[in-house]
Design a protein. Structure first.
Length: 482
């Protein structure tokens, strides 16, 4: 008898759960263009914003879709619909011409009891974004894909997926739903950004830095760059000048610290082994010649003879992970340089094409047509190679290899000219979302594999941030100062 009673209770519970979604049919309301986001009302009750799927009972119902034009006019679509049992009825809405508003209630006029009725957010993700964490109004509700029961009204949806110890990709949207609605949301996570814990880190206490300093044993040695102003870009008469190097504009910067050299293999190896950061595949050079290091993490550890060379084969995301590791390790604000910080530091008060003058000269830097001991003609390596850091004279700020050796990533996204560029030294970043093309990040300084025309203080290039681009891309870091 007890078993029968329990079975009956289970059946009733299941029936109650099923009835939470009450309706047996679906009214799929779709809109296009400017009509997207219009309010959808069924039998006078707000059900969500178009496009939306609404669960409805069998029979006749009144559909009304409306979108406000201004305070006194609205565009409308109204239709009486007859729907059968367990079917999906699609209605393609085209709103009419603007007309005066009438005094019927909008969603904000619904009573508190009506707002308590239930709806469903059906959240789906692309294949590479599966298992992202889903939060509704700050509460974790599962991983994508997932159906989440919500109250009628407005909810804040956040979907996030951890990339590594320092970065995550995020989707955020405010969603407004009516009673008895299944609201489908296809999530596309945004570009990589620092995770919430790092963003909420406490600001560092005030300190005064001068000269050179090092925040930890394996941290890069930093040089304090004085505050100042300079003319960013190149004049029309400079040899090799490109149109994206203008117009020349005045930039004023506060003091900051920049690494004395490019980040070395030895310094980067500590980060890789502590975090198990995945460096992927990239053609690179080692003491035996050219290799394709499938396991580049171990490669960094064993080639002691190369540990004072700049780390290379790193993309913008690798560079971001490294500076965020430094920030977490030291409690200081490490980051990539902005484009204007980089050029200000490279010029070190000069206005010539290069910080030693307009001409390339000899033994000033490492490039494909520079004459120096790292050239292929005077060593047994196959082709040119990166030289150990600080192999050439520094600039007036005490920075080595600001031109040549390896390209250096900056924080900025690429713009085709400087029209509208910030004048305060901050990063100039174009945001992307959804299916928009990824904007290239700016690299600076040239490399040992490139011609000296690339090796000018004003030369700039935009590269996809995901590109590791073989053995030419490296890192130089900056630390903000109070």
């Amino acid at each position: 008898m007890k078993a029968v009673y329990i079975s009956t209770l289970l059946a009733l519970s299941f029936a109650t759960l099923t009835n939470a979604y009450a309706a047996e049919s679906t009214l799929s309301v779709t809109c296009k263009g400017n009509d997207v986001g219009a309010e959808v009302l069924v039998n006078g009750k707000f059900k969500g914003e178009c496009p939306v799927d609404v669960l409805v009972p069998e029979g006749r119902l009144n559909l009304k879709v409306q979108k406000e034009v201004d305070a006194s006019t609205v565009r409308l679509f109204e239709q009486e619909i007859r729907i059968g049992d367990n079917v999906t009825k699609t209605v393609n809405v085209v709103l009419g011409a603007p007309q005066p508003k009438v005094g019927k209630p909008h969603a904000q006029d619904l009573t508190r009891d009506e707002m308590k009725k239930g709806s469903v957010l059906s959240i789906t993700c692309r294949t590479d974004e599966m298992n992202a964490d889903v939060y509704v109004d700050g509460t974790h509700r599962g991983t994508c894909p997932v159906d989440v029961r919500v109250s009628e009204g407005t909810s804040k949806l956040r979907v996030q997926k951890k990339v590594d110890a320092f970065n995550e990709r995020i989707f955020e949207q405010e969603v407004r739903v009516g009673d008895g609605v299944v609201k489908n949301i296809v999530v596309q996570l945004d570009v990589l950004q620092p995770n919430t814990a790092i963003q909420q880190a406490k600001p560092e206490q005030a300190e005064v830095k001068t000269g050179k300093f090092q925040d930890c044993k394996y941290c890069p040695e930093m040089v304090v760059i004085p505050a100042g102003s300079f003319d960013m870009g190149s004049p029309d008469h400079e040899a090799g000048r490109n149109v994206d190097e203008g117009p020349v504009h005045r930039v004023t910067l506060p003091s900051f610290a920049m690494s004395e050299t490019e980040v070395t293999r030895a310094q980067f190896a500590v980060f890789v082994h502590e975090t198990k950061h995945d460096l992927g595949d990239c053609w690179a050079v080692n003491e035996y010649g050219w290799i394709n290091p499938a396991g580049r993490s171990s490669d960094l550890a064993v080639e002691v003879s190369l540990d004072n060379r700049p780390v290379s084969c790193v993309n913008w995301f690798d560079a971001q992970a490294y500076v965020q590791w430094l920030a977490k390790k030291t409690g200081k604000t490490y980051r990539l340089p902005t484009e204007s910080e980089w050029e200000y530091a490279a010029r070190a008060g000069t206005t010539t094409a290069r910080y030693w003058g307009d001409d390339v000269g000899q033994n000033n830097a490492n490039c494909s047509d520079c004459v120096h001991k790292w050239d292929a003609a005077t060593n047994p390596w196959e082709g040119e190679q990166a030289s150990p850091v600080a192999s050439f004279k520094p600039n007036a700020f005490g920075l080595y290899d600001m031109l040549g050796n390896v390209w250096e990533w900056t924080e900025d996204t690429y713009h085709s000219n400087y029209k509208g560029a910030p004048a305060d030294g901050s990063a100039w970043v174009q945001k992307t979302a959804g299916n928009e093309r990824i904007v290239g990040r700016v690299i600076r300084g040239g490399s040992f594999k490139n011609h000296s025309l690339f090796m000018r203080s004003a030369f700039r290039m935009g590269i996809e941030p995901i590109k590791r681009y073989d053995y030419r891309f490296g890192i130089r870091v900056v630390r903000s100062l109070p």
